[in-house]
Write a protein that binds this ligand. Structure first.
Ligand SMILES: Cc1cc2nc3c(=O)[nH]c(=O)nc-3n(C[C@H](O)[C@H](O)[C@H](O)COP(=O)(O)OP(=O)(O)OC[C@H]3O[C@@H](n4cnc5c(N)ncnc54)[C@H](O)[C@@H]3O)c2cc1C
Length: 441
């Protein structure tokens, strides 16, 4: 399939036009929200700063949670028709160099539910193309190359946005504005700012750097493992090697921003050091080549619980007239760095709560609160567990010991497989008795 073709979004609506919903940002969260809203009959305006196909700095791993929502959007078959790397396991590497491979559940790999990795340029284009089609079909509009600059708030409710397209200024209005513009989303800024609450928390924001390489030794072309390595000098953080198909490998490094500041590290330099100097990786990269201009840095807003959240966890993400989804709501998993699944999940929840008839005069603040309660109700257990794991892996000796035991103990490997497949299973990692029994005996 020619997923790489430009996407025709039709004509630009008149300045001052009104819609049922405006979606700011056409990444996975925004494309899914726009598509879900159009599927329930809403006239949507989808606004995206870039022009598709566009790149997005990411590890490119699309987990099982994402695939479930991709299926609901009706594009799983189309995704499978385009080239992708099928993930069937995860390799974890300890600071002392030991590695354990945890297989993903076989039935899920068989049924194509376990996970893929493929360039975001490709994944996001498929999602945006789908949203574009569905929105236009229902009489809505899509504008690429549109930068949202201002969010309008009247009587404590968001009523619309203003922005620029091809040097012309536009204003659009709607009873619901979805903020889906990632970690610098103007809607998220307006929602948190209006309530005098912080948007950025460096203890819960992660810096990350990614490059594409070819010729990395030990990586398969179309099916195999993705790798996460906890390396001496990179902890607390990790180095990843994720094949994305056709011999191309996404290689990157990430670390919580307060730790980067403390250690005064620059991720690009750190990655260069790992690839050139680390005994194990310098061998694997000896004949590898970096794809030119593929090195890019970006930030991940984690969904870990905040110590003294002024209102909602992980932070305020909605108010009358507006709901934020995905990175704009700070929902990235603080252990794995996965954010696509939660972007799609929050987009579905937001569109489910919007009632076309009842909320014609504006999404009420009670529904905004309901969204935030439901979202945290759904995600709190897994995000809290992941946060605990993120803190555990800071301890080098513990990682060496844990991975050392996992290499030898099949029971631990099976438990890790379950943990990756089901976030609920992570709970047992916090049971002291389970830990002692499994690690020591
Ligand atoms: C290095 C790195 C590695 C990662 N690895 C993984 C991974 O392997 N798996 C995973 O699941 N997640 C990963 N993540 C997290 C994942 O990338 C995000 O969680 C995910 O992209 C969130 O989707 P989103 O739609 O909320 O935001 P985004 O994908 O950021 O999309 C936001 C969109 O809004 C547009 N936009 C921005 N500002 C404006 C504006 N003012 N007006 C209009 N449009 C605007 C942008 O152009 C963009 O298209 C990684 C992140 C990083 C940085």
């Amino acid at each position: 399939m020619d997923w790489d073709e430009p996407i025709d979004s039709g004509t630009v609506p008149d300045d001052g036009s009104s819609f049922d919903a405006i979606v700011v940002g056409g990444g996975p969260g925004g494309s899914a929200a726009a598509a879900f809203l159009a599927m329930k009959g809403a006239k949507v305006l989808l606004l995206e700063k870039a022009i598709y196909p566009r790149d997005k700095t990411c590890g490119d791993a699309v987990g099982g949670k994402s695939l479930k929502h991709v299926e609901e959007l009706g594009i799983k078959d189309i995704l499978e028709e385009t080239p992708h790397f099928r993930v069937d396991g995860i390799v974890f590497g300890a600071p002392n160099g030991k590695e354990v491979r945890i297989a993903l559940p076989e039935e899920e790999v068989e049924q194509r539910e376990a996970g893929y990795s493929l360039p975001r340029r490709q994944f996001d284009t498929l999602l945006f193309r789908n949203a574009n089609e569905k929105v236009l079909e229902k009489g809505g509009a899509v504008i690429q190359g549109f930068i949202v600059k201002r969010v309008h708030i009247e009587n404590d409710a968001v009523t619309g946005i203003s922005g620029v397209h091809e040097k012309m200024e536009y204003r659009f209005n709607a009873p619901l504005t979805i903020g889906a513009a990632g970690y610098t989303c103007p809607v998220a800024k307006a929602v948190t700012g209006h309530h005098d609450e912080p948007m950025v928390d460096k203890d819960h924001y992660c810096g990350a750097y990614r490059e594409y390489w070819t010729g990395v030794e030990g990586c398969n072309d179309w099916k195999g493992s993705i790798e996460i390595h906890f390396i001496d000098g990179v902890i607390p953080g990790y180095f990843w090697i994720f094949p994305v198909g056709n011999g191309v490998v996404n290689v990157g490094i990430g670390m919580v921003i307060t730790e980067m500041d403390k250690q005064k590290v620059k991720l690009r330099g750190l990655q260069e050091w790992v690839i050139k100097e680390d005994a194990k990786f310098s061998k694997r990269f000896a004949n590898a080549k970096m794809i030119k201009k593929s090195g890019k840095g970006f930030q991940l807003p984690f969904g870990s619980p905040r110590k003294k959240a002024p209102s909602f966890q992980p932070r305020r993400s909605a108010m009358a007239g507006a709901i934020c989804v995905g990175d704009a709501a700070s929902l990235v998993d603080p252990f794995t760095g996965e954010g696509i699944g939660n972007a799609l999940l929050s987009a579905k929840l937001a569109s489910d709560l919007f009632d076309l008839e009842k909320h014609r005069e504006g999404l009420p603040s009670e529904i905004a609160d309901e969204y935030q309660h439901k979202l945290w109700g759904e995600l709190s257990a897994e995000l809290t567990n992941s946060y605990k794991l993120q803190r555990l892996v800071k301890k080098k000796w513990l990682m060496n010991f844990f991975i050392g035991r996992a290499v030898k103990k099949e029971e631990l490997q099976r438990a890790l497989t379950d943990m990756i497949a089901s976030k609920e299973a992570q709970g047992q990692f916090h049971s002291k008795w389970w830990m002692i029994k499994t690690l020591l005996f």
